[in-house]
Design a protein. Structure first.
Length: 263
């Protein structure tokens, strides 16, 4: 079976558009007050943590490294979320890339989940519990749920990259080359190539949210990490995606503003 968390980690590190890295950095809180550092102040209270002293209006004040310090304080002893976010930050800063691909994928999921949580809260649709990406799995079934979430996100990102018609073959080979460098299995490489060469299917991506508003918001955010949204085709795709996922306009606006996506 393909390791979707590993594939997600590789895609996050490699980037599927020229803005992927900067948007992930903004999602982590670098240079904006609505990033992960602020979000975790609220999440830590739900999870029985402290007051979230690492969050607030200081997001971006000391760069990504300082932001992650506040994030770690908010998460307390949740080793899975801590490790994932630390690996994600390390990947963005250029360190620890080879050994951390699965952890980077977990960090990507945590970032997307927290962004979805904050966007829904802004729209008055706050979930009653913390995102599952922030809860340490206790069973193999819970681990599989996270792996399934990673699969949904990977497919959403690949599909979004086809908004202009198809993924450029050079880009496919670039990411496949990275998969090979990082030691992913032949099955995982074959999955990516097969998925990239399928026709675009926005209806299937919408259905993959399973009616979960949180997952719908994560799919939307992940799709913004895969494309520039600087062509009419990409703009139309994102509009159709938001409509199909039944996302409140406030949710869409919050996600786009936090990731630094301009119309």
């Amino acid at each position: 079976m393909a390791g979707f968390m590993d594939i997600l980690g590789t895609i996050v590190q490699q980037g599927m558009s020229r803005s992927s890295g900067s948007r992930i950095s903004r999602g982590l809180g670098a240079g904006n007050s609505g990033g992960l550092n602020d979000i975790l102040g609220n999440l830590s209270q739900m999870m029985g943590g402290g007051s979230g002293s690492g969050s607030g209006g200081q997001a971006g004040a000391g760069g990504l490294g300082d932001i992650l310090g506040g994030v770690m304080n908010s998460l307390g002893n949740n080793k899975v979320a801590l490790g994932g976010l630390g690996a994600l930050a390390g990947a963005l800063l250029g360190g620890g890339r080879r050994s951390a691909r699965g952890a980077v994928g977990g960090g990507g999921l945590a970032m997307l989940a927290s962004l979805a949580f904050a966007a829904l809260r802004k729209a008055g649709q706050a979930p009653g519990q913390a995102p599952r990406a922030f809860l340490e799995p206790q069973t193999s079934q819970e681990e599989q749920v996270l792996e399934n979430d990673a699969e949904v996100i990977v497919k959403a990102m690949i599909n979004a990259a086809k908004a202009d018609g198809q993924i450029d073959q050079a880009e496919i080979q670039k990411i496949v080359g990275k998969l090979e460098e990082e030691g992913l299995t032949q099955e995982e490489k074959d999955f990516f190539i097969a998925e990239a060469n399928k026709p675009m299917d926005i209806d299937k991506i919408i259905a993959s949210a399973g009616g979960e508003t949180e997952m719908a918001a994560q799919i939307y955010a992940a799709s913004l990490l895969a494309i520039e949204v600087d062509t009419a085709a990409e703009q139309s795709y994102m509009q159709q995606l938001a409509t199909g996922l039944k996302l409140d306009p406030q949710v869409v606006d919050y996600i786009e503003e936090t990731l630094g996506v301009t119309a």
